[in-house]
Ligand binder design. Structure first.
Ligand SMILES: *[C@@H]1O[C@H](CO)[C@@H](O)[C@H](O)[C@H]1NC(C)=O
Ligand SMILES: *[C@@H]1O[C@H](CO)[C@@H](O)[C@H](O)[C@H]1NC(C)=O
Ligand SMILES: *[C@@H]1O[C@H](CO)[C@@H](O)[C@H](O)[C@H]1NC(C)=O
Length: 240
């Protein structure tokens, strides 16, 4: 009797060890793997199509817009009258006349996330900087345009300003000049440029581009009739 119990325990232990020893190599459950610090098995249904169910597509969100959504426009600036005939091209000359020199070339970048209030940069400027093309009150002028007002801004080479910025005052030969550069939008089909100026009080006036053939210059006005009935409203296009 004295030896019987330990012997039984011993035999039972041998059987138990044998079972464990035989079972261990073939066991490949997650519990087994987890106890040994192994990663769990992939789910059995992983990647398999169940009848009646389409696999769920994995949607990836982009951190930034793809480069293909950025469009760069380069070329010359063609001035057309409202009947569609060509008046001329913006010239590579101080004052940016429409004839009498060589054509200015420009560059602008539009993106799917920012279609409006773009900058136009002069790329072949033979005049001194700044090289952005926008609106300027040329020193003493009233920087506010609007309906019923005869005030105007010159189409000029100006310093770079932020989109939807009010006019920024910069030092110039004849005192302070108020300028805005990021006022442009481009129609991707017709390549027509349109402007939206921001008044000093933050209001957004009609911004009409006009051509004065008396001095061969372009201006922005808020009211064509009030400014001067002898100037003509024109359209501006980027062309090759
Ligand atoms: C500037 O023009 C606006 C109208 O466009 C007018 O209301 C304002 O009084 C003018 N400012 C000056 C200083 O003449
Ligand atoms: C671009 O111009 C065309 C022709 O005038 C016009 O039909 C279209 O609506 C314009 N696109 C935008 C975004 O203004
Ligand atoms: C209007 O412009 C013409 C030239 O296009 C000029 O001769 C005339 O003096 C201007 N009138 C006013 C009121 O500015």
């Amino acid at each position: 009797m004295f030896f019987q119990l330990p012997l039984r325990v011993f035999l039972f232990s041998l059987i138990a060890l044998d079972v464990l020893a035989n079972a261990s190599p073939t066991e490949n459950t997650n519990g087994y793997r987890l106890a040994r610090g192994l990663p769990p098995l992939p789910p059995r249904e992983f990647g398999r199509k169940k009848p009646g169910f389409e696999p769920t597509p994995v949607l990836r969100t982009r951190a930034s817009p793809s480069p293909s959504s950025v469009v760069r426009y380069t070329g010359r600036l063609q001035v057309r009258s409202s009947d569609g005939s060509t008046i001329g091209y913006v010239q590579d000359k101080l004052g940016l006349p429409v004839s009498g020199g060589s054509d200015l070339t420009i560059s602008m970048t539009a993106s799917s996330t920012r279609k409006k209030q773009l900058n136009i940069v002069a790329t072949t400027a033979s005049f001194p900087s700044p090289f952005y093309l926008g609106a300027s009150n040329q020193g003493s002028g009233n920087a506010t345009i609007g309906t019923g007002s005869s005030t105007f801004l010159q189409f000029s080479n100006v310093q770079k300003t932020d989109a939807l910025s009010q006019p920024v005052r910069v030092k110039s030969g004849n005192g302070d000049t108020s300028v805005e550069s990021a006022i442009w939008a481009i129609n991707s089909t017709t390549k027509e440029l349109t402007a939206q100026y921001v008044n000093p009080d933050g209001s957004l006036p009609n911004t009409i581009l006009v051509y004065n053939d008396a001095n061969d210059r372009l201006y922005f006005v808020g009211d064509t009739a009030a400014f001067n009935t002898s100037v003509a409203q024109v359209n501006l296009f980027v062309v090759n």
